[in-house]
Design a binder for this molecule. Structure first.
Ligand code: 1CP
Length: 342
């Protein structure tokens, strides 16, 4: 096994951590903006296998990252279950809401998702063929709680209020929705693995707003179910889990879910994460994304700090969250040079 990311995921401590970056294909890159303009809009880009593969490859060509992440979005899976999805220019995603027992019951059957998602699997097949042999291909999906927050509110929200309200008012309907997303996510990720994804990642971007028993029931349990089902079907498939802003919930998350690696956001220090999370296995993270905008000596110092904090265990270098559109591509190169060159 030569790919560095797979070695880190298998628990190996490497002299230099492998590196990739959340949202590495994105609007901070002029070549991404050009291909997106060619596609017309964001969803047309996601569903066009040649162009989606092209934007996935762009950051690999420019920077030589150790992993490529499939270009798609966590909202394509709920769209494949029936609700309409569109993007309001300058605002973000909008989705038909799912909030009643009748609407959950009316979602399309799990087997039907592949009709809509077939182009995504084709993107994975193209990438499996075209990526450099040392580059690891990562597939992904949203974790059920995060996907549910968009299905219930019909859009992104700061506090996930609508999802918390449904959970409080009609727990049976809320749990049924989580269950449907969990089942569909297993089939979606399994199809990505069959198409050539070597690792899969679950993005639970809003895990931080689940507290106490809710965190156990709706962040830990669905993630554990998905991972167990995937590993039963695809023995040895490595899984990265990202319960963003989980705080103390990061402690023991890998053991509780079966994840091979826990991705850490930048609201916790790398020293804390090394002592409390990396002691149990591989971690990924956690440089603050704003350094890709501000650069300079702070970027170099904080990049070295992350590398140093995690140097005694398995580590995949990454940001604590996605790179933002206002980032300077030169700062990404400076981060990579700092990680690889010391
Ligand atoms: O070009 C554009 O204008 C669209 C911007 C964009 C991009 C580049 C969106 C809309 N999605 C994506 C791609 C994307 N989304 C990837 C591709 C691979 C990569 O390079 O990382 C991935 C993994 C995602 C995952 C995603 N989508 C998440 C989880 C990760 C995270 O950032 O927390 C979430 C929450 C989404 C929803 C979504 N899609 C797009 C936007 C702007 C959002 C967030 C909406 C909100 O504010 O709630």
């Amino acid at each position: 096994m030569t790919k560095l990311i797979l070695r880190a995921l298998a628990g190996e401590t490497l002299p230099t951590p492998p590196i990739w970056m959340m949202r590495q294909a994105g609007r901070y890159l002029p070549e991404y903006r050009a291909t997106r303009a060619q596609a017309g809009d964001f969803l047309s880009l996601c569903y066009n296998p040649e162009l989606a593969a092209e934007v996935t490859l762009q950051p690999i060509r420019r920077y030589g990252f150790d992993a490529a992440i499939l270009f798609a979005d966590i909202l394509l899976l709920p769209q494949a279950l029936g609700p309409k999805l569109w993007f309001e220019t300058g605002e973000g995603p909008r989705m038909e809401t799912t909030t009643t027992a009748a609407q959950v019951a009316a979602l399309r059957p799990t087997e039907a998702i592949h009709d809509t998602l077939a182009p995504i699997y084709e993107t994975v097949r193209i990438l499996a063929r075209e990526l450099p042999k040392e580059t690891t291909l990562i597939g992904f999906a949203g974790a059920p709680w995060t996907v549910a927050t968009y299905m219930i509110a019909g859009r992104g929200s700061k506090d996930q209020g609508a999802a918390h309200a449904l959970k409080a008012a009609d727990r049976a309907t809320f749990a049924a929705l989580i269950n449907r997303i969990t089942e569909a996510t297993v089939e979606y990720l399994s199809a990505q693995i069959v198409a050539g994804a070597e690792v899969v990642k679950l993005f639970d971007s809003w895990a931080g707003s689940l507290k106490g028993a809710d965190f156990a029931d709706f962040a830990v349990k669905p993630t554990a179910r998905i991972i167990a089902a995937l590993k039963a079907r695809h023995p040895g498939i490595p899984v990265i889990a990202f319960p963003r802003e989980a705080g103390n919930g990061y402690i023991g998350f890998a053991a509780a879910t079966g994840a091979d690696c826990v991705a850490i956001d930048n609201s916790v220090s790398p020293e804390w994460a090394a002592a409390n999370v990396q002691k149990d296995g591989c971690v990924q993270g956690n440089l603050a994304p704003h350094h890709m905008v501000t650069g300079g000596p702070d970027l170099i110092r904080e990049t070295r700090r992350v590398v140093d904090a995690f140097r005694h265990g398995p580590h995949i270098f990454n940001l604590g969250h996605g790179i933002t559109p206002d980032a300077d591509p030169a700062n990404v190169q400076l981060m990579i040079d700092t990680v690889r060159g010391g």
